[in-house]
Design a protein around this ligand. Structure first.
Ligand code: FAD
Length: 420
C-alpha cells in the first residue's frame, strides 16, 4: 500500500464517501486514499423511523466496500494523529501516510460519560437512544404501559439537532394509536430556549406540541441519571428567567431543589447522548477553542493549513450537523481542492450554512426545515415538483419523501457523487 496520496480523506461516512466520489467523477486520474476502519456504512437519518417501528434497521446498512468509489485506495485503519507541517497523518497500524491535500471527515463521537450515570443506564437498557440503538427504542416503546415518557437532549452540539424531538412526536402518536394517551405524560425537555430556531417551523411545531399535549420544558439540561430509581436530573439553565416552576397540579412528580435542580421520575426515557469531536481530533493542533475542526465557515479550508479541508459533523461550523449540510459542503470542498491543484488558488464556491431537518411529527406527517447560517427558512424550489408548496407545514408527501425518496437518493445519487 502506498504511503503517499495526492488527496487523503479521513472517514468513509456521508462526507468522506461523497467527497471521494465527486472528486473521481471530476477527474478519474486523481490519486486518492481513504482511511476508514469500519466494514459497514450506515444511513443514520432513517434511525428515527427505526426507533418508531417505521423502517427496517437492516436497510440502513451497506458494506463499506460497495460504497468506496472505484480507483480510491481503502486504507482500512484508524487515523490517530496529525503532523500538518510535514503533511502527514499517523494511523493505528498502517504507519504514517503523507498527502498533498487532506480532507478531514471522521464525524463525531458519542460521549455518554458527560452525563453521570448515562453509560450504565444505556448498558442496562433502562434508557434508549436512536443515536446508539434505535431498535432498542422501538422495543421500549412497545413495552411502555403508561406513566412519564421523557425525551431530552444534552448541552453539547449534536448531530441532527431535531432527532431528539422527532422521536417524541412519533412516540406521542404511537401512544395515541394504542390508547395510552390518557395514562401518559409526554415531556420534551431541552437546554434551549425554544423548540426550533427557524420561525415558521417553530410555529408549526408548537401546534404539534399542543395537539399531542406534550409538556414542553425549555432550559432543562440533563446532568445525571439514576437507572435504578429511574430518575433523570436536570439543571435549569436560566433560573433567572424564573421558569423553573413545578406546577401545583404536579402529576409529573417533579421535585425542584432550590431554583436550579429538577428531578423527574421516568417510565420511559429517550435521550441524545452528549457528543464531541473524536479524541484524536480534539488532541490535534487542528481544532478551535471548542474542540471542533477549525475551518473557514465558507470555504471549509482549514484556518491555518491551506492544504487541509474539513466538513461534516467534525467541522466547527455554526449550523446544524446533518447529512443534508454535507450534501452542500462537498461541492465546495471538491471545487476548492481541484482549483488549488490546477491553478494554485482557492475556488469561488462558498458554503452558506445550508442545513435541513426533516421533522417527522407523527406517522404519515412531516415538516421540512431548511435554513442557512442566519436561520432563514430556505425551502428548496424543487419541492414544488412534488406538489409541496408549504414545507413549513405538516404534509404526508414529505413523510413519503423521508421514508422512500431520501434513502433512494442517498444510496443511488449522493454516495455516487451525483448532484441531487
Ligand atoms: C438518529 C440520527 C438521525 C439523523 N437524522 C438526520 C436527518 O434526518 N437528516 C440528515 O441530513 N442527517 C441526519 N442525521 C445526521 C447525519 O447522519 C450526519 O450528519 C452525517 O452522517 C455526517 O456525516 P459525516 O461523514 O461527517 O459522519 P459519519 O457519516 O458519521 O461518518 C464518519 C466516518 O468516519 C469514520 N471514522 C471515525 N473515526 C475515524 C478515524 N479515527 N479514522 C478514520 N475514520 C474514522 C467512521 O467509521 C465513519 O464511517 C442523523 C443522525 C442520527 C444519529
Amino acid at each position: 500500500m502506498a504511503s503517499h496520496y495526492q488527496i487523503l480523506i479521513i472517514g468513509g461516512g456521508t462526507a468522506g464517501i461523497m467527497t471521494a466520489a465527486q472528486l473521481k467523477l471530476k477527474n478519474k486520474a486523481l490519486d486518492i486514499g481513504l482511511i476508514e476502519p469500519s466494514e459497514t456504512h450506515y444511513y443514520q437519518p432513517a434511525w428515527t423511523l427505526v426507533g418508531a417501528g417505521a423502517y427496517d434497521y437492516k436497510k440502513t446498512a451497506q458494506p463499506m466496500a460497495k460504497l468506496i468509489p472505484k480507483g480510491v485506495s481503502w486504507i482500512k485503519d484508524y487515523a490517530t494523529a496529525f503532523n500538518p507541517s510535514e503533511h502527514k497523518v499517523k494511523t493505528r497500524s498502517s504507519g504514517d501516510i503523507t498527502y498533498d491535500y487532506l480532507v478531514v471527515a471522521p464525524g463525531l463521537v458519542m460521549a455518554p460519560e458527560l452525563i453521570e450515570g448515562l453509560p450504565e443506564a444505556l448498558d442496562k437498557g433502562v434508557v434508549c437512544s436512536n443515536y446508539t440503538n434505535p431498535e432498542h427504542t422501538w422495543k421500549l416503546l412497545r413495552a411502555f404501559k403508561g406513566g412519564n415518557a421523557i425525551f431530552t437532549q444534552p448541552t453539547t452540539p449534536i448531530k441532527c439537532g431535531g432527532a431528539p424531538q422527532k422521536i417524541a412526536y412519533m412516540a406521542a402518536d404511537y401512544f395515541r394509536k394504542n390508547g395510552l394517551t390518557e395514562k401518559t405524560n409526554v415531556v420534551f425537555a431541552t437546554p434551549g430556549s425554544v423548540i426550533f430556531g427557524v420561525k415558521p417551523i417553530r410555529e408549526t411545531l408548537m401546534k404539534v406540541i399542543g395537539r399531542y399535549g406534550i409538556h414542553f420544558k425549555p432550559y432543562y439540561a440533563p446532568f445525571k441519571i439514576d437507572a435504578d430509581k429511574k430518575i433523570v436530573y436536570f439543571k435549569h439553565t436560566a433560573p433567572q428567567e424564573n421558569k423553573c416552576v413545578v406546577n401545583e397540579d404536579n402529576h409529573l412528580g417533579e421535585v425542584a431543589t432550590g431554583n436550579e435542580i429538577i428531578e423527574l421520575p421516568f417510565d420511559f426515557l429517550h435521550l441524545a447522548p452528549p457528543q464531541t469531536a473524536p479524541k484524536f481530533i480534539q488532541e490535534s493542533s487542528l481544532v478551535n477553542a471548542a474542540g471542533w475542526l477549525d475551518v473557514d465557515h465558507h470555504s471549509l479550508q482549514h484556518n491555518n493549513y491551506h492544504n487541509i479541508f474539513g466538513l461534516g459533523d467534525v467541522a466547527g461550523l455554526p449550523t446544524a450537523k446533518t447529512g443534508a449540510a454535507v450534501r452542500k459542503q462537498v461541492p465546495v470542498v471538491v471545487d476548492n481542492i481541484l482549483t488549488l491543484i490546477n491553478y494554485d488558488k482557492i475556488g469561488n464556491k462558498s458554503y452558506n450554512g445550508y442545513s435541513s431537518c426533516p421533522l417527522v411529527t407523527g406517522y404519515g406527517k412531516m415538516t421540512l426545515a431548511e435554513f442557512d447560517y442566519d436561520s432563514n427558512f430556505t425551502p428548496d424550489p424543487k419541492l414544488k415538483r412534488m406538489l409541496v408548496f408549504n414545507s413549513d407545514k405538516e404534509h404526508w408527501r414529505l413523510w413519503m419523501f423521508k421514508k422512500v425518496m431520501l434513502p433512494y437518493l442517498y444510496w443511488n445519487k449522493m454516495m455516487k457523487g451525483k448532484n441531487v
